[in-house]
Design a binder for this molecule. Sequence first.
Ligand code: ADP
Ligand code: MG
Length: 715
Amino acid sequence: MARTRQQNVTAAQWTSNGAALGAADLTAPGSYPFGEDVFSLDAQRKRLPKDVFKRLQATLHRGEALDPSLADAVANAMREWAMEKGATHFTHWFQPLTGSTAEKHDSFYAPTSEGTAIAEFSGKELIQGEPDASSFPTGGVRATFEARGYTAWDPTSPAFILENPNGALLCIPTAFASWTGEALDHKIPLLRSMDALSKAALRALRLLGDSESARVFTTVGPEQEYFLIDEQYYFERPDLYTTGRTLFGTKPPKGHELDDHYFGSIPERILAFMLESERELARLGVPTKTRHNEVAPNQYEIAPIFENSNVGSDHQQLTMQVMQNVARRYGLVCLLHEKPFAGVNGSGKHNNWSMGTDTGLNLLEPGDTPHENISFLFFCSAVLAAVNRHQALLRASVANIGQDHRLGANEAPPAIISIFLGAELLKIFNTIEKGEGDPATPGSFLGLGTPVLPPLPMHGGDRNRTSPFAFTGNKFEFRALGSSMSLALPNTVLNTIVAEAIDMLCDKLEARGSNGTSSHDAIVEIVRETYSANKQICFDGDNYTDAWHQEAEQRGLTNLRTTPDALPWLVEKQTIAAFERYEVLSERELESRFEVSVEQYSTKLNIEAETAASIARTMLLPAAVRHLGELRAGGHEGLIGETAGLVDQFVSAIQKLEEANAHHPAEEGLEHAKWMRDNVIPAMDATREVADRLERIVADDLWPLPKYSEMLFIK
Ligand code: ADP
Ligand code: MG
């Protein structure tokens, strides 16, 4: 909108905003404050009585429940530490099924009878809290059980301090459960799935001859994509601030055809935002590592060093929160929506995933001895089996309404889940399948002419960016996550299905009579069988082509284009069987997740549709009508017809959209979601189509919405 469009926030404004908000001196030499705001191992060692510290660590190491007698001592030390850092309040920080984080603040201070206040924080308050669970979505769990729930301290994810210009807050990562024991959050199942995988992997390691490892951790390293736009445009667009994406807007004359943004130099204001975000994340113990421009204009990426799944998932939630807060200090808004701009690349979140032992071994790293190689192939084939069996569930684990603009449309990656192994690893599996070479003779590892597998390229992923699930040298990269998503559910699914596959492979090994260390031959045989049975999931070609879509269909791979298509897999028989077997989620808990996701889909779609109708009717239509009035007043006969025709089309499209919004069939649930998908989305698309044509002809000073070129190219 031309009135204010030129008043871009100046550099002076954003730096002074940053300072006003109490940012530390970011340029002081040698001051990298890593972990400063975390009640870290180091802080615990310094502040806890020696025996308390030892007992706490021992409990955590064994993955056991906390002895309540420790809690008071820990709470006391934590409160003292937090108050020295300026904290006045604490909160149990948890992750309800909405996918975001929740907090309810309580003061440390309690009034005394003498009219003053003393600071208190008991072990009980540390361990357990009671937010009002009835306001959080709980799906079926709420219907059957009491709405009340409680939060419980997760001592494996360290407490941290969130700072605000006017105070500070101690945040205690917690799980959220109902009094009847159902998980009401995303953390509990993630922790359970990590346990499940550890048990299965240890069982396999024993069969493979490893008697040392005592625990296997799953690891995650997310690559987060996001857009930054000037906040002025954001606040001028009700669609952006209500739904997170633009519901209208025609393509800019310049797109990313020029490819000049990717890895280009980072503009000063953007870099200032990144430096402050990273500094703040460092204080919170989030190990950010990489930053760069992404493919689309004004799109960027941030990636940390990987951590165990639980901590990595918490840190990812913090990363999104911190980026959104810091952006505002620079007059920017950080957009985490999967598809903020039609016709421009959307944002995803690559989920690098692996398994590692407490002795420091990465189970998905080929290693450099024949023995390490065979163990690697064993775990790798377990992943193939898991992904093949549960491909639809993996797709469901990344389904949300924003994702439907990416996965189901012609954008990276497709809704068909397949695995990219890379030419080298594919060749190895194929050789094993054909049974060439002599596995037992070190001189020719499976006939490859070398004693060990050739080193596999670590950057395999870069050679096929179209694959949704790629092996990248020492980990798998699940690329189908959306930029706004929590890591918890997809990783819970991955851990659980791989645990199941590992156990299936172990069963086969044991059935071959090898109860102690299995023979090399027996393991190779299992790898061969597993690859043979699951190789349909492997695809190294271009995932975007129609040819692949046809081939995938012939192979029998699922192609679940939209969220309502995918979500039922959360409650499929084989999903329930796997999740119940590993006690990760009960049928009831799975159903509650299914219901909440369906409801979120319909609710968000409804908000989009209402917003679109309102913008069209009260902002865009009046602009078009005024434009038409000016043409008529000026007697521009040749132009009147074109505009008048579009205005008529627009009015009728708006009416149809309003009609669709008003007349939902009454029921809720999946059928309702599907009805919305099939009726409301086309009505929105039709309205947008006319609006975008009007945008191209209506006078710029009359058009009330900032345009794509402004949002995407002003930095
Ligand atoms: P690439 O650039 O080929 O994708 P990187 O080594 O740069 O590979 O890794 C990208 C992401 O993968 C980073 O977040 C990194 O921490 C993560 N990552 C690396 N190793 C592992 C692992 N073993 N488990 C989980 N994530 C990992
Ligand atoms: Mg990568």
